[in-house]
Design a binder for this molecule. Sequence first.
Ligand code: UDP
Length: 311
Amino acid sequence: MAKILITGAAGFLGSHLTDRMLADGHRVSGVDNFITGDKRNLAHLRNEPRFDLIEHDITTGLDIAGKIDYVMNMASLASPVDYFNHPLETLLAGSAGSHNCLELAKRKRAVYFFASTSEVYGDPNISPQPESYWGNVNPVGVRSCYDESKRYGEALTMAYLRKGLVDTRIVRIFNTFGPRMRVNDGRAVPNFIIQALHGEPLTVYGDGSQTRSFCYVDDLVDGMARLLFSKVTQPVNIGNPDEMTILQMARQIKETLGSKSEIVFRPLPGDDPKQRRPDITLARSLLGFEPKWALADGLAKTIDYFRGAAR
Ligand code: UDP
């Protein structure tokens, strides 16, 4: 049984990861400042003796008493709407926050796990994107607060690794969806589901021809668990390589819900990547990872959740 510290534990991914680690028999301490996380995502763990939750902002330092075997740094504002609204918090979470987590991992002799992103590839001009691709990132654009904080977070992680200070893992997370995304999260899947449930128009940005590859949360968490307990120190993409256009996603959600909502087109936000698809060759070969959830099944689970949450 390992002791795992998870920052951003009250968030969408952090809470699912917490559940998975507890289900596997580990002890988890969660840390969150609730800027986008929500205590309700962890409410079912109220009486779980192997879990505790600490309200704390990792950018202000991080000191936890007792043994820690793994520090998983999941704390970040991950929705474009959130990081457009909170660019400074986003930059500091990836920089000062990552630094504090790495220092804690060093003091505890813990493995450090950094949640990075497909956004390190920016608006990629090759597809699918392998880990060896360096990206096409605008360093001063509206998404730069997120992209550069994660690129810096990766660089910092590699510096600690190369200096022999900490044993590290880096996951590059591609688009993920599932229960516990926020109703007002602003990302495509929750927006389309909530809009369709309310009979409102589905807002497709641009002409909807931009692509994404959507992974159901349980598959993503499985990939992260495999990476954590591996010896792989190079960055690894985790996601589902099934690529689709955003217009296709809007149509699929509308059809799944039997919704009469119309699809309307709205301006495309700045630097919105035109295509995104993970090359998961490394995850397959090094970790034995394979996404198992069909899109329709994942959407059904997510829609069930939002039917309850939207009430
Ligand atoms: N998008 C959209 N309508 C929405 C929200 C998002 O068309 O209501 C588009 C967005 O412009 C992007 C894609 O859907 O091209 C995925 O956006 P999301 O915010 O989910 O995540 P991203 O992949 O951009 O980080």
